[in-house]
Design a protein around this ligand. Structure first.
Ligand code: PLP
Length: 397
């Protein structure tokens, strides 16, 4: 065997890693209810027709050549209209880099800012690629506390900032908890980042998928802070498999100038992101938006169903998510399971319901599991019946 890099060993992705257990289960010929991956297209949220047509048209008109590394100019302009016009972040098209999904944008940002032994502050719990990319590039993770009411513990953040800290990340609304930050919390994070010369990396991929009140984006409070906004088309426009996202660097921030001058080099190395898909993404931003409110209405019903059913279970405690399409219940493991991973695997093997263990989302995710509530109510009811029976049997056993 030829040696692989040590850094590759630091990478993990619980959401997909758990699939290995599901494959074993499937070999027994039994059906799995997949509540592990947040892919709307796998359920009844299909890519809107006008977006698909724009993609087909792009191909028919031979718009499938390499485009500019930074992204197609028309799409960059439309992104500015969304993020600057509607959401308030100060941007010109030159502050925008179009990527093959938010995931690639995150990889590029982490790769551009991290040196060996740096530290990255992540909210506990967090979306796993944030720690994987950070560790891959040599950083360690400092998880900061989020209070029960969804606000960040500012004292904890202040305590965890050291001379090696490089960035604070916010996922708003959150994967895995569905929490959304209020304006005051966002303002505090902006102040801390500016004061300590830290990048503030804000992932707003669920900005349109919010219930019970308004969403506040970082743009509203960013002023001249070193804010890097990540966003994309996978969720709001059901374009998961098409792979399109972007990163925006606050135009007013002088602290970002070095990154702004250099990150495009990385974009050139990988040539460009998919041109026909960028044309489709531009159609997404400029076309009808009615599918979004339909999606949110459907999801709200599904959230309410799962939330109610979970809180009826003994030993399970669940907060009501404000956005995205995940719930993150806490489970009393008693002496029945040694860890949340063991719990999730046991539940899979006993019921066929596949969820994700909470510790895959950081240390503060321990004793939790994540459920994706994208499926239709009938399937969710079936899954909840199975979970209910499983817990009753285990607790009585
Ligand atoms: C918070 C968050 N960011 C990014 C992504 C991935 O986005 P993309 O499909 O654009 O790579 C996800 C997918 O689940 C996510 O939850």
């Amino acid at each position: 065997m030829i040696k692989i890099s040590e850094r590759l060993g630091r990478v993990e992705y619980a959401i997909r890693d758990i699939i290995l257990h599901a494959r074993e289960y499937e070999k027994t010929g039994k059906k799995i209810i997949y509540l592990n991956i947040g892919d709307p297209v796998a359920f009844d949220f299909k890519t809107p027709l006008h977006i698909k047509n724009a993609l087909i048209d792009a191909l028919i008109h031979d718009n499938d050549y390499y485009t500019d590394s930074e992204g197609w100019s028309e799409l960059r302009q439309s992104i500015v209209e969304k993020e600057c016009g509607k959401k308030g972040l100060d941007l010109t098209p030159s502050d925008v880099l179009v990527t093959n999904g938010v995931s690639e944008g995150l990889d590029m940002v982490m790769g551009s800012i991290i040196e060996e032994n740096d530290e990255i502050l992540l909210p506990g719990p967090y979306y796993p690629p944030y720690s994987s990319y950070a560790k891959f590039y040599g950083a360690t993770i400092n998880e900061f506390k989020i209070f029960n009411d969804g606000t960040p513990d500012i004292d904890d953040i202040q305590k965890k900032i050291t001379g090696k800290s490089r960035a604070i990340c916010l996922i708003n609304p959150s994967n895995p908890t569905g929490e959304a930050f209020d304006l005051k919390s966002l303002q505090s994070m902006v102040d801390i980042a500016s004061e300590h010369n830290l990048y503030l990396i804000c992932d707003e991929i669920y900005d349109e998928i919010v219930f019970d009140g308004a969403f506040y984006g970082i743009g509203k409070v960013a002023k001249d802070a070193p804010v890097i906004l990540l966003n994309g088309f996978s969720k709001t426009y059901s374009m998961t498999g098409l792979r399109c996202g972007y990163l925006c660097m606050n135009n007013r921030s002088r602290q970002l100038d070095s990154l702004r001058q250099n990150i495009f080099k990385l974009a050139r190395v990988r040539i460009a992101s998919n041109f026909p898909v960028q044309i489709a993404a531009n159609a997404a931003l400029n076309g009808p938006q009615d599918h979004i409110s339909e999606m949110v209405q459907k999801l709200q019903k599904r959230r309410d169903l799962v939330f109610k059913r979970l809180n009826e279970l003994d030993g399970v405690y669940c907060k009501k998510p404000k956005g995205a399409f995940y719930v993150f219940p806490e489970i009393d493991l008693q002496n029945k399971w040694k860890s949340d991973l063991e719990f999730v695997i046991d539940m899979l093997n006993s019921t066929g319901v596949l969820t994700v263990h909470g510790s895959g989302f950081g240390t503060s995710g321990s004793n939790h599991f994540r459920i994706v509530y994208l499926p239709h109510e009938n399937l969710l009811e079936e899954a909840m019946d199975k979970i209910d029976l499983f817990l009753k049997n285990k607790i009585l056993a």
